[in-house]
Design a protein around this ligand. Structure first.
Ligand code: MN
Length: 412
């Protein structure tokens, strides 16, 4: 999966194997080079994947959406679109996952997508309140299968969409309380919480929601161009402040906060002062460039996991160069290329996570859904990585103080 130029075997293969030896070998052993290619191995791997869940979904679609017209040759097509197909149709949930109206049932799933439509913490462009809608909409074009990973999320895990948290647009603190309550409910259920923002102010209440369900220690890997760790901004806890407040939590120490991609002309000195005082771990884009992706990830994991029991990933979409993510609140040139960001976030996720947030997607500023599309990729790539490394469900062991939030009385 690695495309890192620093990785030994691949460089060697391309330089020595492919261009010099290959032509001769190909004449006598036509399959030799083909078998070395990741592309061919991935095709082989697909053959070993189950398809039972897909067969079940098609049968379910006929039951729910009625059998199709007599003129259709494909008898698996229903009259009313249900499930994954067709990609342009249907009600938008993340990746066409089932919408769980009754959130008391969320624990039946391995992972749950939670929309957090809130942009009250924004200090420049607004619009991230439409982030969950934007990401869900474009996520419909994906299948649950990833060729290179050889993973099929539909077959290998269960995913649901719990819809959006009821945020309070005129009140940041009430919104934070709602977010913490919702995230703590999902984390307590055993489902892995996957949050779609929303501006980055939600980072603090999301982490607080997980942290209050456990006595264990949580590290954070934070992808961003911005440092986001000052105490207040414009007199409130805005999207420039989440890690100040998160690392004030007793089981979320600042020494386990790893900030990757920080730099440029939009890093407030107030935040830098706090990062220095609290001794957080900061990798600039140049650090990443010089270390390479694999080494950056290895060091980040070492720091985030040092004496910690779980790691949370916060992915700000503006960590990617603004040429690829026009639809964001604080665009900044010089960030990651999309494939670098996807590779790095996967390398970090392979040790397991206790939560993921993808923030700062602002659809009103987006073009052709490209920012929302990349946000979708971050989420599905992390899910695929967790599945392929056997880490889906690994977070459950840290939940030793589950919360119980009462539902209203039954309604007939
Ligand atoms: Mn940012």
């Amino acid at each position: 999966m690695s495309f890192n130029r620093a990785s030994g075997p691949r460089t060697h293969h391309l330089a020595a194997g492919h261009f010099t030896r290959a032509p001769n070998r190909r004449q006598h052993h036509p399959d030799f080079d083909k078998l070395q290619l990741r592309g061919w191995k991935a095709a082989e791997k697909e053959g070993a994947l189950p398809s039972a869940a897909w067969e079940k979904e098609k049968a379910w679609a006929l039951r729910m959406g009625l059998t199709g017209s007599d003129s259709l040759t494909d008898k698996s097509i229903p009259t009313f679109a249900r499930g994954e197909l067709p990609h342009y149709a249907g009600i938008s949930t993340f990746l066409k996952a089932p919408y769980i109206e009754d959130v008391t049932k969320v624990g039946a799933y391995d992972a749950a997508v939670i929309g957090i439509p809130f942009d009250g913490g924004t200090t420049y462009r607004p619009g991230t309140r439409f982030g969950p809608q934007g990401v869900r909409k474009i996520s419909a074009l994906y299948t649950p299968y990833n060729y290179e990973m050889g993973v099929d999320l539909r077959e290998q895990m269960t995913l649901c969409d719990v819809g959006d948290i009821f945020t309070i647009p005129a009140n940041i603190e009430k919104t934070f309380d709602q977010i913490t309550r919702a995230v703590s409910h999902v984390a307590s259920s055993g489902a892995l919480p996957i949050m779609i923002g929303g501006d980055h102010s939600i980072g603090f209440p999301c982490v607080r929601g997980i942290a209050q369900c456990t006595s264990k220690r949580i590290g954070i890997v934070h992808f961003d161009r911005h440092i986001d760790i000052q105490e207040k901004d414009l007199d409130e806890r805005m999207h420039t402040t989440p890690w100040f407040h998160a690392t004030d939590l007793v089981n979320v120490p600042a020494v386990n906060l790893v900030q990757i991609g920080i730099g440029g002309w939009q890093v407030p000195r107030e935040g830098v002062e706090v990062a220095r005082e609290r001794n957080t771990n900061i990798f600039t884009m140049r650090d990443v460039e010089e270390l390479g992706l694999a080494e950056t990830a290895a060091r980040a994991l070492e720091l985030a996991w040092k004496d910690a029991d779980a790691v949370y990933i916060s992915f700000d979409i503006d960590s990617v160069d603004c040429g690829f993510v026009p639809g964001t609140g604080w665009p900044e040139p010089g960030g990651f290329l999309p494939r670098e960001a996807l590779e790095l976030v996967s390398l970090v996720a392979k040790e397991g996570i206790c939560g993921l947030e993808v923030v700062e997607v602002s659809p009103p500023y987006d073009c052709s859904d490209i920012t929302a599309l990349l946000a979708t990729r971050v989420i599905v790539d992390v899910l695929g990585t967790l599945v392929s490394h056997g880490k889906m469900g690994s977070h459950k062991s840290i939940i030793d103080k589950p919360v119980s939030i009462p539902a209203g009385p039954d309604v007939e």
